[in-house]
Design a binder for this molecule. Structure first.
Ligand SMILES: Nc1ncnc2c1ncn2[C@@H]1O[C@H](COP(=O)(O)OP(=O)(O)OP(=O)(O)O)[C@@H](O)[C@H]1O
Length: 262
């Protein structure tokens, strides 16, 4: 379980989050959505204690996140963040094995079980055949899948993902989110694509200007009257094989300028 209660955060003087609440129940997948700059990544960083909120509280299960030691935290929470492209010369297998670091004791090498878990994680993201490749020679999409494999190898019950479908083609966007969903971990995932959010998330939290505009079951948040003013787009909802999908159209500029002048 992950719970953020009344979280506020500012970079220097600039207030970025104000009184944000988020709850991901055990085994549920919660999507964090909102326009550019609305505070999604900042909120995610507070969830894994990379940033300390000015006010409010973050709980992972029964524990306040700031009380977890640097060794305990990665056993509880695995993160796939927006990473700067790494030029580190290591094999894909070694990169994924890093996910096992929190589980091995200091000065001990990886166990046979660690290698098996890392191999299994690579298999799950479809990269087992690339285990010996140099990580820095992989494509953006392959790197992204390797980062997800590293998070899987961590075997944490909580999973935090910041735009995990970045760089992935349409097949792997769905493939990765299907995989994440099948894991039944407690997941908070930042997504820009509202149709991916519609398909894979149990619940959504919609941020705008650092505040929660709407939260709850996916189909209750993804309604035109909520989405249109936040994204400034015309939205039509439809059901494809029983699944909610959204179709977007730019607002008529003339109409929106007229409205702004009224
Ligand atoms: N390190 C930083 N120092 C100062 N301001 C920052 C920093 N990181 C982010 N910001 C600002 O905080 C606000 C929220 O940024 P954040 O990255 O959390 O938004 P986001 O919703 O994830 O955006 P995007 O969808 O564009 O990735 C933005 O105005 C951004 O410019």
């Amino acid at each position: 379980m992950i719970r953020a209660t009344n979280v506020s955060f500012a970079y220097d003087e600039a207030q970025v989050l104000s009184g944000v609440d988020l709850h991901a129940a055990s085994g549920k997948m919660v999507g964090l959505i909102g326009p550019n700059g609305s505070g999604k990544s900042t909120l995610l960083r507070t969830l894994y204690a990379a940033l300390r909120p000015k006010t409010g509280r973050i709980q992972i299960g029964e524990d306040v996140v700031s009380s977890l030691s640097p060794r305990e935290l990665p056993k509880r929470v695995a993160v796939v963040a927006q990473e700067p492209s790494s030029e580190a010369v290591m094999s894909v297998a070694d990169m994924v094995l890093l996910g096992r670091s929190p589980h091995r004791s200091s000065f001990h090498s990886y166990s046979a079980e660690d290698y098996e878990i890392a191999a299994d994680a690579l298999r799950k993201v479809g990269l087992r055949h690339m285990a010996d490749r140099r990580f820095h020679t992989m494509s953006g999409g392959e790197k992204q899948r390797a980062f997800i494999a590293r998070a899987l190898a961590q075997q944490a019950e909580q999973l935090l993902l910041d735009e995990p479908t970045n760089h992935l083609d349409i097949h792997y966007q769905h493939d990765i989110l299907q995989l994440v969903r099948s894991l039944r971990k407690t997941t908070v995932v930042v997504l820009h694509d509202l149709n991916l959010a519609a398909r894979y998330c149990d619940e959504l939290v919609l941020l705008n200007h650092g505040k929660v505009v709407s939260s709850g079951p996916t189909a209750e948040v993804l309604v035109p009257e909520v989405i249109e003013p936040v994204y400034r787009m015309k939205v039509t909802t439809l059901y494809d094989e029983g699944r909610l999908q959204l179709v977007f159209r730019p607002l008529d500029r003339a109409v929106s300028v007229d409205k702004a002048l009224v």
